[in-house]
Design a protein around this ligand. Structure first.
Ligand SMILES: [Zn+2]
Length: 445
């Protein structure tokens, strides 16, 4: 085994599930004991006795984002178990824009880098790769820092360009160093592809694209591949600011199916309504316990995503469970009983050469009935009347393809969908992350 490969080899990954569970239970008990003894928040929330099995976790209350907001600095020290030093503070620039802080000791951040690097190395980023880090930098944002540290462990050449750098300079750097892999959020790669297409740039070819932070749909991938010559899309790791790395793509996986970093996190899938555990194979809400994070322990944290544990094993030979992500738990809009997801809209958009893949779907109420609005950016600047014309075409196409929606409009008084076509870079982006909030349900506000 080559030196680098042996660095990423972990015998734990190949253990049978009962053996892995013994290790996980032991880590869980250490964490629970520590959190109860050192964190004000957990003092009365955790059992005094040792857990005899992981199934007893169900007796511990689920942790919410609101719990974090209320019990972390600067408001409160509830979660924090150590002095605020030798540590990083990050803010989760979720698309809600509601600041929530998270803390990692320096040592914990090194562990995170190692987890992240495994998911970049195995699919092919390694010594000899020339890799652009196109995550968003600054603003207490974690991913740029995580990715740089992770890339160090992959042994590649690192170009810390960051998403805020304009497309012209980015293309220059890519050309100068013949970049052949890049890590960023899907929105960045859409914008880069739009730019290259508009300026007829054909020599920017990025073989491996690792994305995280947003969903990426098949039609979006096809578009980016066509322009940027991508041979492989991989996940930069399933992660969140609060929890750190949760899952990774091995050599055999691509996209939304991840191995769980079981030596670092314990995942439960529960019924979103009752909080009861669901059987493997069934979808539910993802709860995360970070087994190795003691600075700010997270036990049974509701990360806000839906997923399921697959009953399959992976061809790579690792026994680590496979988690299939199914999007944010609030990713589906229900319009008069009709379910619409960004994936549906992305697929329709692929039939319109004028549209970029920057879009959002919004649900609201008008005259007591549901209304679907779709906001889409064009690839290039267009006159207002041309955009209106496109909006009309898209509406006809939407109604022709989504017959159930058409039926509701015709027979149930559901409002006619409103399509708004906007010029490039005009939809509101989160200033920290550059992400467009893809699904907005105004009825919930
Ligand atoms: Zn695998």
């Amino acid at each position: 085994m080559k030196e680098q490969e042996s660095y990423f080899y972990n015998p734990f990954d190949y253990l049978a599930v009962d053996k892995r569970n013994i290790e996980t239970l032991s880590k869980m008990n250490s964490l629970v004991h520590y959190a109860r003894s050192n964190s004000h928040f957990y003092k009365t929330r955790l059992p005094l006795h040792k857990l005899n099995s992981l199934s007893e976790l169900v007796g511990i209350p689920i942790l919410t984002g609101q719990d974090l907001r209320e019990n972390l600095p600067p408001h409160n020290q509830g979660f924090i178990t150590q002095p605020l030093s030798d540590a990083y503070v990050f803010t989760s620039g979720g698309t809600t824009g509601d600041p929530k802080f998270t803390f990692y000791s320096n040592e914990e951040l090194k562990n995170q880098a190692q987890l992240c690097s495994k998911g970049l190395f195995l699919p092919g980023i390694r010594s000899g790769s020339r890799v652009a880090n196109m995550m968003n930098a600054g603003n207490l944002w974690a991913s740029f820092t995580f990715v740089n540290k992770a890339l160090e462990l992959c042994g590649c050449l690192i170009l810390p360009i960051a998403a805020q750098t304009g497309p012209e300079a980015t293309v220059t750097f890519i050309r100068l160093f013949n970049v052949n892999a890049a890590v960023g959020i899907p929105s960045f790669f859409i914008s880069l592809a739009d730019y290259c297409e508009e300026h007829k740039i054909t020599d920017v070819k990025i073989e491996i694209v690792a994305t995280g932070g947003e969903q990426i749909y098949p039609d979006t991938k096809a578009y980016i591949s066509k322009i940027l010559g991508v041979k492989k899309f991989v996940s930069a790791g399933y992660s969140s600011n609060d929890t750190g790395l949760i899952g990774f793509n091995c050599e055999k996986l691509e996209g939304s199916i991840h191995h769980i970093h079981e030596d670092s996190v314990h995942i439960e899938i529960v019924n979103p309504d009752t909080g009861e555990p669901v059987e493997d194979g069934n979808p539910g809400k993802i709860l995360v316990t970070c087994l190795n994070r003691y600075f700010m322990p997270l036990i049974r944290y509701d990360i806000g995503d839906m997923g399921r544990i697959l009953n399959d094993t992976c061809d790579c030979g690792r026994q680590l469970k496979l988690l299939e992500l199914q999007g944010r738990s609030d990713d589906t809009l229900i319009i008069s009983g009709y379910n619409i997801t960004p994936q549906v809209i992305s697929s329709l958009i692929s039939h319109f050469g004028e549209f970029s893949y920057h879009f959002q779907i919004v649900a609201e109420q008008k005259l007591g009935k549901d209304l679907l609005q779709v906001n889409i950016e064009t690839k290039h600047e267009m006159e207002g009347k041309d955009r209106e014309e496109l909006a009309k075409h898209f509406l006809s196409y939407l109604l022709a393809e989504e017959k159930a929606l058409h039926f509701l409009v015709d027979t149930r008084g559901t409002n006619m969908p409103v399509i708004s076509v906007a010029n490039p870079e005009t939809l509101t982006r989160n200033p920290k992350t550059g992400k467009i909030k893809q699904v907005i349900d105004k009825r919930k506000v």
